[in-house]
Write a protein that binds this ligand. Structure first.
Ligand SMILES: *[C@@H]1O[C@H](CO)[C@@H](O)[C@H](O)[C@H]1NC(C)=O
Ligand SMILES: *[C@@H]1O[C@H](CO)[C@@H](O)[C@H](O)[C@H]1NC(C)=O
Ligand SMILES: *[C@@H]1O[C@H](CO)[C@@H](O)[C@H](O)[C@H]1NC(C)=O
Ligand SMILES: *[C@@H]1O[C@H](CO)[C@@H](O)[C@H](O)[C@H]1NC(C)=O
Length: 491
């Protein structure tokens, strides 16, 4: 039963999922009061444009089109010797990614670059069928990474054709998280369109069992273990305490009160409760940044350390343990002091498109996850493709094709490609499925020991560890080389 428990709400919020589908979350804006960010007047100085895309790039009978949104900022762009930095949009509102990819804004001048942020189809405003886009599997049929990459290629072709001076310039793909996977795949599939790619926190090997299924939660656990004595042990212990308390009516009532929940617990809701708590720990691992920041929730610097302050004592009674767990959860949900109660149906208020991602996680993006409760601090949970697949079929009327992405993008056999930088933060659970070792001279890994989920793409702050400063310098060095090579070969 423990297995099923963690499985139910899983990592995706809103209760939509019945299986484990962690979200590839992107980073948010730093708290203005504590961290310097570039002048928002500058980072928001872009034009919002639309491009008419084909709904289906890979057939000729369907001639429908839709409007894809993209943003362009050209303040620092030079027609002579300039470049184009192209953000391969992922599963959310493109303005949000633009807001939170300060790195691109900060290097624009040095690279004389035009910035383009392209929205991914089925997210933000780029809905192929408007309100009906998520209606059924017929309407969702065109939500694939291949279609998204083809959108990007068509858009770049359009930009080069219509913007005087853009035609003979090198384009570099940049993305984080799923957007980083897309950036890497874009360079692999369209090397004639982009000269290179910066793929930040891109877990391309999380797919199709290329990484051990337990790795992700092991890294989450390691983050907690390192952040305070008995922290991960306390969390590991808490699941059984919850199970025991929830076996009686008075226990459920006590839990509801102790955790300050918005609505009364019933025994049917216990799996949701445990999934919500697990997701909270996962989210904290992703956004364990060195400075106060407001993304998934407003959080202090190094939030896991704050959480672990409450989980230092292993020898407390069951009820005290759960009260401590509440204090720890409250760091995440009530740092601002605004929360009236805790809602187990949500872990974030973000601009991510959870419906679209849930579909993608049921078709192409199959990422096996498991836990054993020994190497990690969670209840044991076995990966079971059949159950997963059935849940997907019930929800979307489609079944996953777990191996397709390996067929499409090469899996681990990618050494025939070139000019991709894979960056990963060691604190980021997604690094377990990332490329963390050089594959060749031009397929390069950059590891950021103190980094959580694509810290390098964020605006720099005074609190950045030197490892992330160094990684950004290296990334710029690679990009400059790709640009220089492009111009050398052109002449
Ligand atoms: C905004 O961008 C435009 C066009 O690139 C540029 O001319 C203008 O100076 C920019 N404004 C600011 C405040 O940076
Ligand atoms: C992006 O940033 C601007 C300016 O700070 C803000 O007004 C806007 O709400 C943000 N949009 C998103 C989607 O994050
Ligand atoms: C959140 O913090 C505020 C201020 O400390 C407090 O009044 C409130 O009860 C807290 N909410 C919860 C759910 O604990
Ligand atoms: C809890 O979150 C769900 C999903 O976002 C929402 O529909 C519901 O209204 C929330 N409940 C409370 C009491 O805030």
């Amino acid at each position: 039963m423990g297995c099923r428990a963690l499985l139910l709400l899983s990592f995706i919020s809103l209760g939509a999922a019945t299986t484990i589908r962690p979200r590839l979350k992107t980073l948010g804006s730093p708290d203005l009061s504590t961290t310097p960010i570039p002048d928002p007047a500058v980072t928001s100085n872009y034009s919002v444009l639309y491009f008419q895309q084909k709904v289906d790039h890979f057939g000729f009978s369907d001639t429908r089109t839709f409007k894809q949104r993209y943003l362009v900022a050209d303040k620092y762009w030079h027609k002579d010797g300039g470049s184009i930095l192209f953000y391969t949009g992922n599963e959310g509102d493109i303005v949000w990614f633009c807001n939170n990819t300060g790195f691109m804004w900060e290097v624009a001048e040095e690279l004389k670059a035009m910035l383009v942020f392209a929205e991914h189809r089925y997210y933000g405003e780029s809905l192929p069928f408007g309100q009906d886009s998520f209606k059924d599997s017929q309407h969702l049929n065109f939500l694939t990474s291949e279609q998204a990459l083809a959108d990007f290629a068509e858009l770049i072709r359009h930009l080069k054709k219509t913007i005087p001076g853009a035609k003979d310039q090198p384009v570099i793909a940049i993305g984080g998280s799923y957007g980083g996977m897309l950036a890497a795949w874009f360079r692999m599939k369209y090397p004639h369109v982009v000269v290179g790619a910066l793929a930040a926190s891109a877990p391309i090997w999380q797919l199709d069992g290329m990484a051990p299924c337990g790795e992700f939660m092991k890294i989450v656990t390691k983050d907690f273990r390192k952040s305070g004595p008995y922290c991960s042990e306390s969390i590991r212990k808490s699941w059984n305490v919850i199970n025991q308390l929830s076996s009686t009516g008075s226990g459920l009532q006590w839990l509801t009160n102790a955790l300050h929940l918005c609505s009364p617990l019933t025994s049917e809701k216990i799996p949701t409760l445990k999934g919500w708590i697990a997701e909270t720990w996962v989210n904290l691992a992703m956004v364990n940044y060195p400075y106060a920041c407001n993304f998934l929730q407003p959080l202090p610097a190094w939030p896991i350390k704050e959480v672990c302050q409450y989980l230092k004592n292993p020898n407390v009674s069951d009820t005290v343990l759960l009260q401590n767990i509440f204090q720890a959860l409250n760091v995440y949900y009530n740092y601002s002091g605004q929360a009236g109660c805790l809602n187990i149906s949500q872990t974030t208020t973000s601009n991510l498109g959870s419906v679209g991602w849930s579909y993608q996680a049921c078709t192409e993006m199959i990422m096996p996850f498991c836990t054993n409760g020994v190497d990690d601090m969670f209840e044991p949970f076995l990966w079971d493709l059949e159950t997963y697949s059935n849940d997907c079929f019930n929800q979307w009327g489609v079944k996953p094709r777990p191996h397709w992405m390996t067929t499409m993008y090469g899996g681990k056999n990618i050494n025939s490609h070139s000019n991709i930088v894979f960056s990963n933060g060691d604190l980021d659970p997604w690094s377990g499925g990332g490329v963390t070792k050089d594959i060749s001279d031009t397929l390069v890994a950059i590891n950021i020991p103190e980094g959580a989920h694509h810290l390098d793409l964020r605006s720099h702050t005074a609190f950045d560890p030197s490892s992330v400063l160094l990684s950004r310098l290296l990334e710029v060095k690679h990009m400059k080389k790709w640009i220089a090579d492009f111009y050398t070969n052109a002449n």
